[in-house]
Design a protein around this ligand. Structure first.
Ligand code: C2G
Length: 164
């Protein structure tokens, strides 16, 4: 596909350090990429987590994941996750479909997180269906079906009482 030479390429011809054409084109291409963002705790990482991240990544070319902090989980669920936030961040960051991770410290700051990172699409599992529709003025909002029959809570119970 042919792309017009961005204005900056022409302007910078006369500047002290010329901005090389390839550099400008790379920047211009980057701006056209669809940036997807999603959020979650991702505790006791399982296949449902993997699939939602893979499907979220398929909506664009760049995937950012907000990993819920330990404090946020304590406030929301009344217990700390099994794996601390540093390990959960490391696990999610290690996936090939994930480009960037950061710590989600408040459910109410989603708008700020989306705007700060320039995300175009917010993807959430359908357990959150409708909860983030108010953000559709800043990005597209998509809810994906959860993977059936797997959950962190069920895994914790199974590990605690394997014969039950
Ligand atoms: N998920 C899924 N299928 C499952 C389990 C989880 O598709 N069987 C999805 C959830 O819908 C969510 C993501 O995996 O999109 C992460 O799930 P959790 O770790 O349970 O995230 P949660 O604690 O609900 O996130 O801002 C939201 C918060 O970060 C909370």
């Amino acid at each position: 596909m042919r792309r017009d030479v961005p204005d900056r390429a022409r302007e910078d011809r006369s500047s002290a350090r010329p901005l090389y054409f390839a550099e400008v084109c790379a920047e211009s291409l980057k701006e056209d990429l669809v940036h997807v963002i999603t959020f979650g705790t991702f505790d006791v990482f399982h296949v449902g987590h993997l699939r939602v991240l893979q499907r979220a990544a398929a909506f664009g070319e760049r995937l950012t994941v907000g990993v819920s902090s330990d404090e946020l989980n304590l406030a929301k669920k009344g217990r700390l996750p099994v794996f601390g936030q540093a390990e959960r961040l490391e696990i999610v960051a290690g996936l090939s479909v994930v480009d960037e991770v950061f710590l989600e410290e408040s459910l109410e700051k989603k708008r700020d997180y989306i705007l700060e990172r320039g995300a175009d699409v917010l993807v959430m599992g359908d357990d959150w269906a409708g909860r983030f529709d108010h953000l559709s003025d800043v990005c597209a909002v998509k809810y994906l079906p959860r993977t059936p029959a797997v959950s962190t809570t069920a895994l914790i119970e199974k590990i605690a009482t394997p014969d039950a």
